[in-house]
Design a protein around this ligand. Structure first.
Ligand code: HEM
Length: 447
């Protein structure tokens, strides 16, 4: 087979100082989706930094899979390390295999089975508080659900609410400012400004909360949690468990496992509310496959349509929409020579929204993930969970959790969007979420 060739280009008209950070801030998805017109690999500027963005599925895959050359680093991961230290998501290649090996047992199928009890209970508690006509602001409520689930599965079922509140408060500050801190020079981030002080205080609050729970959990608990699995893995390796390392792992899982799930649930309920046929199909599947009023973990494999809704939601609104890598050595990409230390931006959007990759790319069409249709997509077409050795460790956990929640809602509730939603993304937030979205649930089969 002839070797594939790729084009490269430069994105025109960057702003003085800000470069292309401005259109990225104003209309991130529209801007990112427009990039393929400039080449398979495009050059642009984020603030003072010149960066390269793969817009072709195969190039995106190559940069994700070659994690030695395209190592974690660059503006995104430099900022993320302020929060998650040298945890599995933020550490460089040289530390990654060990970190991943330590965390992996906590995500084995048998462990997920145990976490499912927490997920089922939390979903039951949330939906039990609903009556017909109940309305709520989608993101904060679903974020609360995801955060309680990840906290309880991380530590134990007995974490008190004050800890969850501290974690929530600190993430609010840290994630809301994430991209602003990314685009401004580091010197500005260190100035004694109120925003920088709030950021430091939020990080201290987060560390304090996590350390408190680690100390309490070491005293022993039910053992069916991520922390217990992590401690056991450390022991098996004969390693002395350093609290700061444990803290980094825990903060990483908390950060990676809460907003991502909340955002997936928020967008899927929004999309379903706008697509009557899809909501009907979801309800039919829930009616046919669930034994009781709420979904349980053993039923997840029997809910393929629900799974397709989730995949399609992540294709349209990938919660992890922009990361960075940095080249550890000089390398060639799309015929361009990238010097060591070059920043590469990883974003699924130019691929997920490209009409050359997906037909009618802006349409919500869960059935495009039917096996026979998905098989016709090019390699690398879906990058919602990343790829290669650094692919999301929590993909089955996250998809399982979203499946339980969506199927349980579909079984009993009809979901609609209240006027007037503002589904533009919150500017500069680390995860893609709507500015204003209120949903109303009605009991099914009631007028
Ligand atoms: C459905 C929601 C989720 C989405 C869309 C998602 C997406 C992603 C993506 C794109 C990456 C790769 C980042 C990169 O390459 O720079 C990643 C990594 C990661 N995710 Fe997820 N994630 C989700 C849920 C979760 C959950 C529930 C957890 C844990 C409970 C989790 C834990 C992690 C961790 C620890 C990593 C780093 C893996 C490594 O570098 O080895 N994620 N996730």
């Amino acid at each position: 087979m002839p070797e594939q060739t790729f084009t490269s280009g430069v994105v025109p008209s960057g702003w003085p100082l800000l470069g292309h950070a401005w259109p990225l801030f104003k209309a991130p998805f529209a801007f990112l989706a427009s990039l393929p017109q400039h080449g398979d690999l495009v050059e642009m500027r984020l603030g003072p930094t010149r960066v390269y963005v793969p817009t072709h599925p195969e190039l995106l895959r190559q940069t994700l899979v070659d994690d030695r050359t395209f190592d974690k680093g660059g503006t995104y991961y430099d900022r993320a390390r302020e929060m998650a230290g040298n945890g599995v998501a933020t550490c460089p290649h040289q530390d990654h295999r060990r970190q991943r090996r330590l965390l992996q047992p906590a995500f084995h199928e048998a462990q997920l089975d145990k976490y499912a009890t927490v997920m089922e209970q939390q979903i039951a508690d949330l939906t039990a508080s609903w009556g017909t006509g109940h309305s709520f602001e989608a993101y904060p409520v679903l974020y609360g659900l995801a955060l309680r689930i990840v906290t309880h599965t991380l530590f134990s079922t007995h974490v008190d609410d004050a800890v969850t509140e501290d974690i929530r408060e600190s993430f609010d500050v840290v994630f809301s400012n994430f991209f602003r801190r990314m685009f401004v020079p580091q010197a500005v981030n260190r100035l004694p400004l109120p925003g920088n002080r709030r950021h430091r205080e939020a990080l201290a609050l987060l560390r304090g909360a996590v350390e408190r729970v680690i100390t309490e959990s070491r005293g022993g608990d039910d053992g069916n949690n991520v922390l217990a699995a992590l401690l056991a893995a450390h022991k098996a390796e004969g390693a002395t468990v350093v609290d700061s390392e444990l803290r980094d792992h825990i903060v990483t899982v908390l950060a990676a496992g809460s907003e991502t799930v909340a955002s997936t649930l928020t967008w899927s309920l929004y999309l379903l509310s706008q697509n009557r046929e899809a909501q009907d199909a979801l309800q039919r599947e829930a009616d046919a496959r669930l034994a009781g009023p709420l979904a349980v973990w053993s039923e997840v494999p029997a809910l393929p349509y629900t799974h397709r809704v989730i995949t399609e939601t992540i294709r349209l609104y990938p919660p992890g929409w922009l990361f960075t890598r940095v080249t550890s050595t000089g390398t060639e990409l799309a015929g361009r020579h990238l010097k060591p230390g070059t920043t590469v931006v990883i974003t699924p959007v130019p691929v997920h929204r490209n009409p050359a990759v997906f037909s009618r790319p802006d349409a919500f069409d869960p059935d495009r993930w039917l096996p026979e249709r998905a098989a016709t997509l090019p390699r690398g077409a879906f990058a919602g969970f990343g790829a290669g050795a650094r692919k999301c460790i929590g993909d089955a956990y996250g998809v399982g959790e979203c499946t339980l929640a969506l199927a349980s809602v579909a079984r009993r509730w009809q979901v609609e969007t209240l006027p007037v939603p503002d589904v533009r993304p919150v500017p500069l937030a680390a995860f893609y979420r709507p500015r204003r979205l209120f949903l109303r649930v009605k009991r099914r089969n009631e007028p």
